[in-house]
Design a protein around this ligand. Sequence first.
Ligand SMILES: Nc1ncnc2c1ncn2[C@@H]1O[C@H](COP(=O)(O)OP(=O)(O)O)[C@@H](O)[C@H]1O
Ligand code: SF4
Ligand SMILES: [Mg+2]
Length: 347
Amino acid sequence: MDSTPDTSLLWIDHLSKSFHLRRGLSSTHFLAVDQASLSLPSDHHEILTLAGESGSGKTTLARMILGLIEPTAGRLYFRARDVTRLSGAERRTWFRREVQPVFQDPYATFNPLRRIETYLYETAINFRVAKRSNADEAVDRALAAVGLSLREVHGRYPNELSGGQLQRISIARALITSPSLLVADEPVSMLDASLRMSIVNLFRSLREQQSVIYITHDLATAYYASDRVAIMLRGWIVEMGPVEKVLGSPLHPYTQLLKSAILQPDPDQQVQSKIVLSSSDSDDYLQVGCRFAARCPRVLDICRRVVPAETIVDGRMVKCHLYGGSDERQNGSLRTEHVAGQSETRE
Ligand SMILES: Nc1ncnc2c1ncn2[C@@H]1O[C@H](COP(=O)(O)OP(=O)(O)O)[C@@H](O)[C@H]1O
Ligand code: SF4
Ligand SMILES: [Mg+2]
């Protein structure tokens, strides 16, 4: 990649996360994120979308970026600092202020028995943005950025607000610390279709103040929201570049298939033409060669044997044998020179 840790807000190099997979009596491991490399610039703000079907590793990558889980291998830098080596105090007082999450389900974010504004005040006080006596201003400022005010939400409980308002408030909570990066994991997928665009528009307006990693399985909002898009498939980034390139004229057969699914004019057809998942997504993860080979309409012989290399074609990265060379390593092998982490098992 051209960027360096010093010139980037976020710099990720061959980042991987391994999970254990139990199959009957045996156990193996697979890479839920496999050597992902991407960066965000430090001299301007961007919205980078991670898009791909369910089970492609988007949340796992987001959780590593947020420092919530340890990478198994690879490098992860934020403002030229190795995130995996921050002390507990640096993590709490600096990193968590700088990189804030917005989660998927606004209904699950808030306890129904607590007044909404308590979350905002707690964030302001816990992160030392303000003292209890003068937190009103910080809270009101964050609410104003999402089109609300303290007067409107004061004294109200979650069930008195709509899903769209709750998601705005959870974004306001994330903004209280004035972060440099928001990581929003499927922030509109629980909302009515009619509300989605207003939240996507909100992210676009927030880009004035910070960069955003927007995660979605919905290519339509990805198209509208992003400056750049990374398409994820079974732990790999298979195509990445400016949105007008990647979604305007996709090169990777998987991106092409995703795009053709949203171009169906009839909404019922759209649902039917969604890409069919294989019976077990872990089969794709463990497959030798390209992880899309079992579903790819343009599959070649080599695809079933050799991992495709990442190649730059027409202003974007694409990982496919149709465009470039091969990655000689064995599928599923790990580069472990950077971070020696542990595989994790789902409980
Ligand atoms: N803690 C875990 N333990 C084992 N497997 C996991 C764990 N978390 C996620 N996975 C698996 O990793 C893959 C990627 O999951 P995820 O990152 O949640 O994808 P996405 O967000 O794109 O739906 C899936 O096969 C999922 O089942
Ligand atoms: S490498 Fe082969 S199987 Fe994979 S997307 Fe490209 S053509 Fe299809
Ligand atoms: Mg997810």
